[in-house]
Design a protein around this ligand. Structure first.
Ligand code: SAM
Length: 281
């Protein structure tokens, strides 16, 4: 998928790297099946409850959006820049009888969010794509009530490992970073979030980490392999990784997938929860 691919979602601000084609939608649904329990546990710890006003950024295929609606027993708002994903969300939300939420079909910075409105704003795997995450955070803080919560789940990519480690691994990791940076993102934004929260005036309430590991044949192995095989050609454009190195790594990865003793260690997913301070005035 090159820079002119029809599968990318373009705006004047930046291109969304992964697009919204049917294959990406299917990948997101499989990924959600693996990771939704981690998000649901986060919702439990936060104590999301009936009546809360909630906003989700970048709901994608919508499984957590529907879970949030069930918890608060009312519509949840969303900002989703993919028209295809926003349309699907609209269809899904017609089914549970809780009524339509506001869905802004636009990039977050362009959404006319209300001020002092939400009890909780949630996003999983969205901030890693965003140029100027602090500007995005500040916008969300303005939309929160006093003592409102922001809960973001995002990657600390550095734990990603294939065991045994291929020779190309460190160039591959650098290409992963460079691929996201090429559109202004930070593939390992998770570790920066606490500092960004403080600069946006939030108090840190919780930091939590989840790392998944898997052997060949497992859901974790399939998840990481599907994603990286899908973007390997794009990553090959970022030296010192190269098309030749990408072919070698692909062969190594496939061979590792036939040995039951191989291991994949996932990027860490960090849950970072912050709360708006009460205005002393
Ligand atoms: C990797 S997907 C994650 C989807 C979903 N949150 C999940 O966890 O399965 C990123 C999602 O964020 C959306 N997105 C990316 N940039 C956005 C932006 N600037 N404003 C709103 N949505 C955005 C994409 O369209 C996509 O639905």
């Amino acid at each position: 998928m090159g820079r002119t691919s029809p599968n990318t979602i373009g705006t004047s601000r930046h291109r969304y790297l992964l697009g919204d084609a049917a294959r990406e939608a299917a990948r997101l649904r499989a990924q959600a099946r693996l990771w939704d329990p981690v998000s649901l546990a986060l919702f439990d710890r936060i104590g999301v409850r009936r009546g809360w006003r909630v906003l989700e950024i970048g709901p994608g295929q919508g499984s957590l959006h529907m879970a949030l609606r069930r918890r608060v027993q009312r519509p949840v708002d969303a900002v989703e820049r993919s028209a295809a994903f926003a349309d699907r969300l609209r269809t899904l939300t017609r089914r549970d009888g809780l009524g339509p939420g506001q869905i802004w079909r636009t990039a977050l910075l362009d959404a006319p969010l209300p001020r002092n409105h939400y009890d909780l704003i949630f996003a999983r795997w969205v901030f890693l794509f965003l140029p100027d995450p602090l500007a995005h955070l500040r916008k969300l803080v303005r939309a929160l009530k006093p003592r409102g919560l922001i809960a973001l789940q995002d990657y600390h990519r550095e734990t990603l490992a294939l065991v045994p480690r291929p020779d190309e691994w460190y160039d591959f990791l650098a290409a992963d970073r460079a691929f996201f940076a090429s559109e202004g993102g930070d593939v390992s934004i998770g570790g920066r979030l606490p500092d960004l929260y403080r600069r946006a005036g939030l108090r840190i309430v919780e930091t939590q980490v989840t790392i998944k590991t898997g052997r060949p044949g497992s859901a974790v192995w399939r998840w990481l392999t599907t994603y990286f095989m899908g973007v390997m050609d794009q990553m090959a454009a970022f030296p010192p990784f190269s098309p030749a190195a990408a072919s070698r790594l692909r062969r190594h990865w496939m061979a590792a997938g036939r040995r039951p003793t191989s291991l994949l260690i996932s990027p860490a997913v960090l849950d970072i929860v912050g709360q708006t301070k009460v205005d002393p005035a």
